[in-house]
Design a protein around this ligand. Structure first.
Ligand code: CAA
Length: 379
């Protein structure tokens, strides 16, 4: 394995870090408090070419590899994990899904603007009764001439109220279970499509998480991705790639925890010396750093497999499972190192814990990742 970054990858990392520190850091606390979506920052991420990083230039993207994408998501999430997930959903679920499975007409109509960051996308799979059990879709799409009529509710949709374009999974033939699900591209403003409840969340509070409602919403057949019945496989293969983005987001949060803990432990004095001189603190830092590096290796490994065209679902699940665990553990340790200061809003580490927790839940809980890994081992 060769993890030496190319010049392009190093430049992406540097650009992402500079953008995060200069443009995101000053407003991140306030946006978290107010649950405010970073509209301007997302536009600028588009200008930087960070919203469709793996999409070919022909379709408005940056034509980069998965490693570059992971480096950018990590750096953005190191400062603002809300921005990290906004970026991750647009890149690795929406743009990837259309680029990989869409028609040229769909790419022209939707992908070009999504990849260039002129429009924002969302991915609507989860429902009130279909979270981990994703094939249990209650949203239905009934064919009526040149359209499908969509009825149902989606939950936990990241970017949901801001998105211009939503990829919606719905049952076209309930009797066929997972093989009776199809995927549709739904535009904001389509009659019958509305944003329902906005969630008030523990973490990633400046990202946008909502329920979506579809009532007799007519979607042209030309907006179906792939054939009827291919929607579940579409969702599963797209989520395999999405999980790499969430592993990178988790890594970014974990790295932020380590960075904050190193600088705090050098400054903070107890018993007349910096707490960094105490073995109890030094061992925590050593363990955090070792775990983060291991999570990074798993994440870079899956990038290489994906870019080499190898199967990568199991490795993506491993990277997400491990990186999300490391993220939560690192946040807990960072709070412990900061003591009382770690527990208050003024210091960022309490937010890191709130942000880290979601990485063990969305795009497949840790329990689902273990199912995916075990199935792959035992097949
Ligand atoms: N790639 C290709 N095909 C796949 C696949 C994959 N990764 N996973 C499953 N399939 C195929 C299976 O091979 C099977 O097809 P065949 O019958 O032809 O073999 C078909 O799909 C059905 O698969 P299963 O029988 O395994 O389906 P299941 O109902 O047992 O579910 C599961 C499997 C792994 C539990 C799945 O439901 C799952 O991943 N659940 C979690 C869903 C999830 O991650 N949700 C996240 C929501 S999106 C989100 O969070 C976005 C956001 O906004 C941040």
């Amino acid at each position: 394995m060769n993890f030496a970054y190319t010049e392009t990858q190093q430049l992406i990392r540097k650009t992402a870090r500079k953008f995060a520190e200069e443009k995101l850091a000053p407003s991140s606390i306030e946006r978290d408090e107010k649950q405010e979506f970073p509209h301007e920052a997302v536009k600028e991420l588009g200008t930087l070419g960070f919203m469709g990083m793996m999409v070919p230039e022909k379709w408005g993207g940056s034509g980069l590899d998965t490693t570059s994408y992971v480096l950018a998501v990590e750096e953005i999430s190191r400062v603002d994990a809300s921005c990290g997930v906004i970026m991750s959903v647009n890149n690795s679920l929406v743009c990837y899904g259309i680029n990989e499975y869409g028609t040229d007409d769909q790419k022209k109509r939707y992908l070009c603007d999504l990849a260039a960051g002129k429009k924002l996308g969302a991915f609507a799979l989860s429902e009130p009764e279909a979270g981990s059990d994703a094939s249990n879709q209650r949203t239905v799409a009934v064919r009526d001439g040149d359209c499908y009529v969509l009825n149902g509710t989606k939950n936990w949709t990241t970017n949901g109220s801001t998105a211009d374009i939503v990829l919606v999974m719905a049952a076209t033939d309930k009797s066929k279970g997972a093989k009776g699900i199809s995927t549709f591209i739904v535009e904001k403003g389509t009659p019958g499509f509305s944003v329902a409840k906005k969630e008030t969340k523990l973490g990633i509070r400046s990202s946008d998480t909502v329920s979506l409602s579809f009532v007799d919403c007519r979607i042209p057949v030309a907006n179906r991705i792939g054939e009827e019945g291919e929607g579940f496989k579409f969702a599963m293969t797209t989520l395999d790639g999405g999980r790499i983005g969430i592993a990178a987001q988790a890594l970014g949060i974990a790295q932020a925890c380590l960075d904050a803990s190193i600088s705090y432990s050098k400054e903070r004095k107890a018993f007349d010396q910096p707490i960094a001189t105490f073995q109890a603190i030094r061992f925590k830092l050593a363990d955090m750093s070792t775990n983060i590096e291991a999570a990074r290796m798993l994440t870079l490994n899956v990038c290489m497999l994906k870019d080499a065209g190898q199967p990568f679902g199991q490795e993506a699940a491993m990277a997400k499972l491990f990186a999300s665990k490391v993220s939560v553990q690192s946040a807990l340790e960072a709070i412990q190192i900061h003591g009382g200061y770690g527990y208050v809003r003024e210091y960022l580490v309490e937010r890191y814990l709130r942000d880290a927790k979601i990485t063990e839940i969305y795009e497949g809980t840790s329990e689902i990742q273990r199912i995916v890994i075990a199935r792959s081992l035992l097949k």
